[in-house]
Design a protein around this ligand. Structure first.
Ligand code: SF4
Length: 438
């Protein structure tokens, strides 16, 4: 490995906000061991921080980019002008990358791509896709941290704070690295995936020089370009979730939606302070199934929430029957230290909670069994998870790892984990399928 320290040239134009962006980029460059060059000739590449406020500023910025290209040739453009669509690329098509303002991560990603980071004995032991605890062929992709909701049974916001969305360029870069390292399935996770970008007003980020909104639908569509399975978890039933269903119907992302409904009674949902509690979930589900008949719905529910009456519990069972939720987990409500729901009146006795949980799970098993019976005879693609002698275990689009069922394969000789194969479903029980070669 070469010990040469890469030198980055830096040109900054524009207002104080642009300067503060510049400072952040310069600080990060220095922190990562790059040195800053004072001359074009000496630099490995040049970052131009532009301004696009008025026409003369646009001119000045375009001239500065032209000068850097002429003197050095390798230029990354950031700042306000970068946010103005294709202006930069139309005039200077040879720039290496274009990002908008406040785009520290995107600029650093572009710098890393074109002038690799100096060797660091601590972090260079870590592969580009990071250290992962999942098998080689699937990976969780965390898109945000924290949550803006205040569900009364939950203490996550007090532990992790409000929603902070990761820059979309950084998320996409991580996804690309994962796919390059052999990942065949990306599982998008967060506390509230449908809220992605709300905290930064769906800011436009950049991926490979292309503008991309920090928003669930746009992210899902961009991820689909990586040609791997994309599965969405923890999506709340906000109206804009309807936008991702056509992507599923078109085969761009997996027809699988993990929607934690938690209950069906409007009064209980209100007491839980659930996001999107006013939505008519049954009508939404019917509409989703019209657009994408193959969709698998997974959800979680809480039974025995304080004040839950017999009628309200029956309402939940009725919802399960009507909505035909394919996969469901349920918990008997239990008080978590610090949760607001602890103070609610009419806590349900433990024995009754357990009885309700038993009834819920029995109904769920019956629904799941009926749904899986309908798959017998169908041909579908599965992803091989493990191969141990003759035992080959795979998953279909309907099965998220660890929480859903699996597909046991007969005659799986020669398969290895990560293989995608077409199989025909031969048999089913309450949660799992058995399949043979298609
Ligand atoms: S349960 Fe509610 S408050 Fe807790 S993380 Fe989920 S949406 Fe946020």
């Amino acid at each position: 490995m070469s010990n040469t320290i890469p030198k980055i040239g830096f040109v900054s134009l524009g207002c104080p906000k642009a300067s503060s962006d510049a400072e952040r980029i310069l600080t990060q460059l220095r922190a990562e061991g790059y040195s800053i060059s004072n001359s074009y000739a000496d630099a490995d590449l040049v970052v131009v921080n532009t301004c696009g406020f008025i026409d003369s500023a646009v001119e000045e910025s375009l001239d500065a980019i032209g000068e850097a290209l002429a003197e050095n040739g390798r230029v990354i453009v950031t700042g306000c002008l970068g946010a103005k669509g294709d202006v930069v690329r139309n005039v200077h098509p040879s720039v290496l990358a274009v990002t908008g303002p406040h785009a520290l991560e995107e600029v650093m990603t572009a710098v890393h791509a074109h002038s690799p980071k100096p060797h660091d004995p601590y972090t260079d032991l870590v592969p580009p896709q990071g250290v992962r605890l999942t098998p080689q062929h699937y990976a969780y992709l965390k898109i945000s941290e924290g949550c803006n909701h205040r569900c009364s049974f939950c203490i996550i916001p007090s532990l992790r704070g409000d929603l902070v969305s990761r820059p979309v360029g950084e998320v996409m870069q991580e996804a690309e690295n994962l796919v390059k390292s052999g990942v065949r399935e990306l599982l998008v996770i967060s506390q509230d995936t449908s809220a992605y970008g709300v905290d930064i007003k769906y800011r436009t980020g950049f991926w490979n020089g292309r503008p991309l909104k920090t928003r669930m639908t746009e992210l899902a569509r961009a991820l689909s370009e990586l040609d791997v399975w994309v599965r969405l978890h923890y999506v709340y039933p906000y109206p804009h979730v309807d936008e991702v269903i056509p992507l599923m119907a078109d085969g761009l992302i997996l027809p699988y939606l993990d929607v934690p409904f938690q209950h069906a009674s409007p009064r209980i949902l209100k007491a839980m302070k659930r996001p999107a509690s006013g939505e008519n979930n049954l009508a939404r589900i019917r509409a989703w199934r019209e657009i994408c008949p193959d969709i698998t719905l997974r959800s979680t529910f809480i039974v025995g929430f304080p004040g839950e009456t017999d009628e309200e519990f029956e309402q939940l069972l009725e919802f399960m029957t009507d909505a035909k939720i394919d996969r469901a987990g349920a918990f008997a409500y239990s008080a978590v230290d610090g949760a607001a729901a602890n103070a609610l009146a009419n806590q349900v006795p433990e024995q009754l909670k357990q009885e309700r949980l038993g009834r819920f799970m029995a109904l769920q098993a019956q629904i799941s069994a009926e749904r899986l019976q309908q798959k017998i005879g169908l041909t579908m693609q599965v992803l091989v998870d493990s191969v141990e002698e003759d035992n080959v275990v795979a998953r279909s689009a309907a099965d998220a790892p660890d929480i859903d069922g699996v597909v046991y394969l007969e005659n799986g000789a020669g398969l290895i984990p990560g293989d995608l194969v077409d199989v025909t479903i031969l048999d089913a029980d309450e949660h799992d399928l058995w399949a043979g070669p298609a």
